[in-house]
Ligand binder design. Structure first.
Ligand code: NAX
Length: 326
């Protein structure tokens, strides 16, 4: 039988952590023939929640689950990790300045990145979900200089899946017939969901929908979907966020085939995005590596939207540099 894969989940006592671990243990992420070991990493205040979830994991008697360990010490939690899902963070709360937010997250993602660099398995793959996700991923990556930078990614798959779902609904088509959407830039309100190269129901998306909608209301709806969920549901996106994180890791490890998706990965200068930034791009995965899809035509409208979101990432990077966090 196959060697178990070790998966570390931070923020395991929180909502998204809870919604993620049962699906991983059931085989939804790495497949029905792949045993898994879970490491649940929390801070002391979150340990009871993680302990409770671990009791429920026992009660599911998942055949693929080879073990569950809990810790509030990153050096223990990342030991031997093949996959690290960094969900716990310090999100922005009312009245918080950007500098405070970045400093609080630097104190989390710096030490976690260092622990990953020192303790995790050589093949470790990291996905950051906790916001501000792109910049938190950059901070972690900068603290693990011995690992290839490409192993650090951030989640924009939720934005991507939202963009797919909303396009399919607009056309009255199946999501199976949607491909070629790109989320560009930052996982924030400046993100750019781009239909320029998308297809839906076997035709170019921009022919299937009103162009003004595609480049106006649609972009706003995708970018503000998180706020819409909070307003309607009375709470933030949880199951859909967990689902997107699982999709990201599954596609990274098992491959996308010919289909395209979106992920925030390290730039080598593609599409004019400054080298080293962790920015969302059109991607495919094969052989366990994300590859940015190059050569897509970028028109003037798209150029402006991409540049605006990338400028925000540059400002976040400069701010964490000034704070001495990277
Ligand atoms: P919760 O507040 O329910 O859970 C967060 C958990 O993280 C808590 O149990 C907390 O104790 C733990 N934690 C905090 N610091 C930690 C540390 N240093 N080490 C380990 N654990 C730590 O939040 P939840 O709803 O689960 O959301 C988690 C994060 O996902 C938030 O930052 C949120 O903003 C972010 N999101 C990111 C999305 C994305 O698409 N990239 C979408 C969904 C979500 O908004």
């Amino acid at each position: 039988s196959r060697t178990p894969v070790t998966i570390t989940i931070t923020g395991a006592g929180g909502q998204i952590g809870y919604a993620t671990m049962f699906r991983i243990a059931s085989g939804a992420m790495l497949g029905q023939d792949q045993p898994v070991r879970l490491r649940l990493l929390e801070i002391p205040q979150g340990m009871r929640g993680a302990e409770g979830a671990a009791l429920e994991l026992t009660d599911c008697a998942f055949p693929l689950l080879e073990g569950v360990e809990l810790s509030d010490d990153p050096a223990v939690g990342f030991e031997g990790a093949n996959i690290a899902m960094l969900i716990g963070s310090r999100p922005r709360t009312a009245g918080m300045e950007r500098g405070d937010l970045l400093a609080a997250n630097g104190a989390i993602f710096g030490p976690q990145g260092r622990a990953i660099g020192e303790r995790a398995a050589d093949d470790v793959r990291v996905i950051v979900v906790g916001n501000p996700a792109n910049t938190n991923a950059l901070i972690a990556q900068q603290h693990a200089p011995d690992l290839p930078a490409e192993r650090f990614t951030a989640l924009t798959r939720l934005d991507h899946n939202r963009a797919v779902g909303l396009l399919a609904a607009e056309v009255g088509a199946s999501v199976k017939g949607v491909d070629g959407i790109t989320i560009w830039g930052n996982h924030s309100a400046t993100q750019y969901p781009d239909l320029s190269h998308a297809v839906v129901a076997a035709q170019p998306a921009l022919d299937a929908v009103d162009r003004e909608w595609a480049r106006g209301a649609y972009i706003d709806r995708v970018a503000k979907r998180g706020a819409e969920i909070i307003e309607v549901r009375g709470g933030s996106s949880v199951a859909s966020a967990a689902n997107a994180a699982i999709d990201h890791v599954r596609d990274w490890v098992l491959g996308t085939g010919d289909r395209r998706t979106s992920a925030a990965v390290v730039s080598r200068g593609e599409y004019g995005v400054p080298e080293g930034l962790i920015s969302s791009f059109p991607v495919r995965s094969s052989g366990g590596d994300w590859k940015i899809v190059e050569g897509l035509e970028v028109d003037e409208f798209s150029r402006g939207r991409i540049d605006a979101s990338v400028a925000e990432l540059v400002a976040e990077r400069d701010a964490v540099r000034e704070l001495g966090l990277i």
